[in-house]
Design a protein around this ligand. Structure first.
Ligand SMILES: O=C[C@H](O)[C@H](O)COP(=O)(O)O
Ligand SMILES: C=C(OP(=O)(O)O)C(=O)O
Length: 461
């Protein structure tokens, strides 16, 4: 049975995108402290999620994974957490109704505090400082003191994650997510006739269906609670290793910083510390696959991280870019499928579609996001595999970070409310609009499977 790595063993492995702390003794003191703190999640919860993701891999469920690009300490507020939940619950309702399969809900939340960066430094005018790498590592403010890598921040992210998880659990088990409140989740959405009206119509349909069920005597209490899981990129090795714990029930290792942990595109080297650490834990794992991925690389990662082919263990999160998805994805999917492995295939339509606007803002175009999602669905339709989910950077706020969408946000609007500390997120309306687009694809797929002849004829008309 795998054991946790020692600090020394971990530190001896190749590792990318790690902080460069000025005082290693201070790191050890912080790691000592974190090792004594209670786990943030329970092994049994991670097992439940893995079983749900096994259904995604089997084509019986759909994954909605979303949230901030980078959480920050400043945004750990009740309103913020509520907003993020509301938008994801609304999207999940739209998707469940269309696909008529369970939607597994996972947040990029309660731990998404560390970012891999393209460059180690940032230059403004004649000042060059270390890049901001997430609140887990240094401060966002562009001053020398804030940008120092500070290990005491690891304890702060532990506390911020605990506070976030606590409220999320209270919301989703305490009645906030009750399906009979489907109208109220959307109440504060900025008025955009098209998206809002579509949502209201769907909510009214759901209300009628629920009223019918109650009238028939069906116990609708099951609708009052949902399962919502936390995920983040397991980037910061000192933190993740310190929270890797033995489950008292099974004696197996679990990463207890979140239910689902993923390995990023920049840190998925087969011989690297990230892959080694996560190969030892039982959590469901996400693996990001970018546009240069070969089928052999994907297979080798799956073999290393899931030698026993555990259902639900591997979710491949593909982020090829709108222009490349149709060329690169088919070989990767068919290569992995040819090994007989069942993995969940999920589309991240954000990370391959980032560009700099003329006015310097880092942005993404909604049209590219939709194009990558459509490419992902088309490829899976052609291969006969299940398009298992989407992984999206989004927020419950009406930010102006991505251009396009029903409100036709333009590059000159970006400055109005650009709040992300790293990559641009879809705002509430863009998120909901994306959910309707995905819902259309899911509904078409369902109809095709239910009645292939009729769907074929309808296509010809
Ligand atoms: O979220 C992903 C990465 O951390 C991010 O895209 C890196 O951004 P950069 O290229 O500005 O460093
Ligand atoms: C860094 C991220 O993505 P990727 O590893 O795909 O670039 C992310 O999802 O935050």
């Amino acid at each position: 049975m795998p054991t946790n790595m020692s600090r020394e063993e971990m530190r001896s492995l190749p590792m990318l995108q790690q902080p460069t702390y000025p005082d290693l003794n201070a790191v050890d003191r912080v790691v000592d402290q974190i090792e004594t703190l209670p786990p943030l999640v329970f092994a049994g919860e991670a097992d439940d999620l893995r079983e749900k993701l096994a259904d995604v891999a089997r084509g019986r469920a759909f994954l909605l994974q979303g949230g901030d690009c980078a959480e920050s300490f400043e945004t750990v507020t009740a309103d913020n957490i509520k907003g993020k939940l509301m938008v994801q619950l609304s999207m999940a309702v739209v998707l469940t109704y269309a696909a008529q399969v369970p939607v597994v809900k996972v947040g990029r939340i309660a731990g998404q505090y560390a970012k891999p960066r393209s460059k180690d430094t940032e230059t403004r005018g004649d000042v060059t400082l270390p890049s901001y790498r997430g609140d887990a590592i240094n401060g966002f403010a562009f001053d020398a003191e804030a940008r120092v890598h500070d290990p005491s921040r690891l304890v702060r992210i532990y506390n911020a994650s605990a506070a976030t998880l606590n409220l999320v659990r209270a919301f989703v088990k305490g009645g906030f997510a009750d399906l009979r409140g489907v109208h109220t989740w959307n109440r504060d959405f900025v008025g955009n006739s098209q998206v809002e009206q579509e949502y209201e119509e769907l909510a009214a349909e759901i209300d009628r269906a629920l009223a019918f069920m109650v009238a028939c005597g069906v116990d609708d209490r099951a609708l009052s609670e949902i399962d919502f899981y936390a995920s983040h990129e397991a980037l910061l090795l000192e933190y993740e290793r310190a929270l890797t714990r033995v489950d008292s029930r099974s004696q197996k290792l679990y990463g207890t910083s979140g239910h689902m942990l993923w390995i990023g595109e920049r840190t998925r080297q087969l011989d690297g510390a990230h892959v080694e650490l996560l190969s030892r834990v039982q959590n469901p794992l996400g693996i990001k696959l970018g546009p240069t991925t070969t089928p052999e690389q994907a297979i080798a990662l799956a073999d290393k991280l899931d030698p026993d082919h555990v259902p639900g263990r591997i979710t491949f999160i593909t982020r090829m870019g709108a222009g490349k998805v149709r060329d690169v994805l088919p070989d990767v999917v068919s290569g992995v499928e040819a090994t007989g492995r069942k993995v969940a295939w999920v589309c991240d339509p954000m990370h391959g579609n980032t560009f700099e606007a003329v006015n310097g803002y880092k942005t993404r175009a909604f049209v590219d996001v939709v194009e990558e999602v459509n490419g992902f669905f088309d490829v899976h339709d052609q291969l006969g595999t299940w398009p298992g989910g989407i992984h999206v950077e989004l927020t419950g706020d009406d930010v102006t970070e991505c251009v396009g969408g029903a409100t036709q946000l333009s590059e000159s609007d970006l400055a109005t409310r650009y709040e992300t500390v790293c990559d641009p997120r879809l705002n509430r309306n863009q998120s909901l609009e994306l959910a309707f687009t995905v819902a259309t694809r899911l509904r078409e797929g369902r109809l095709r499977r239910e009645n292939p002849v009729q769907a074929f004829q309808a296509r010809d008309l």
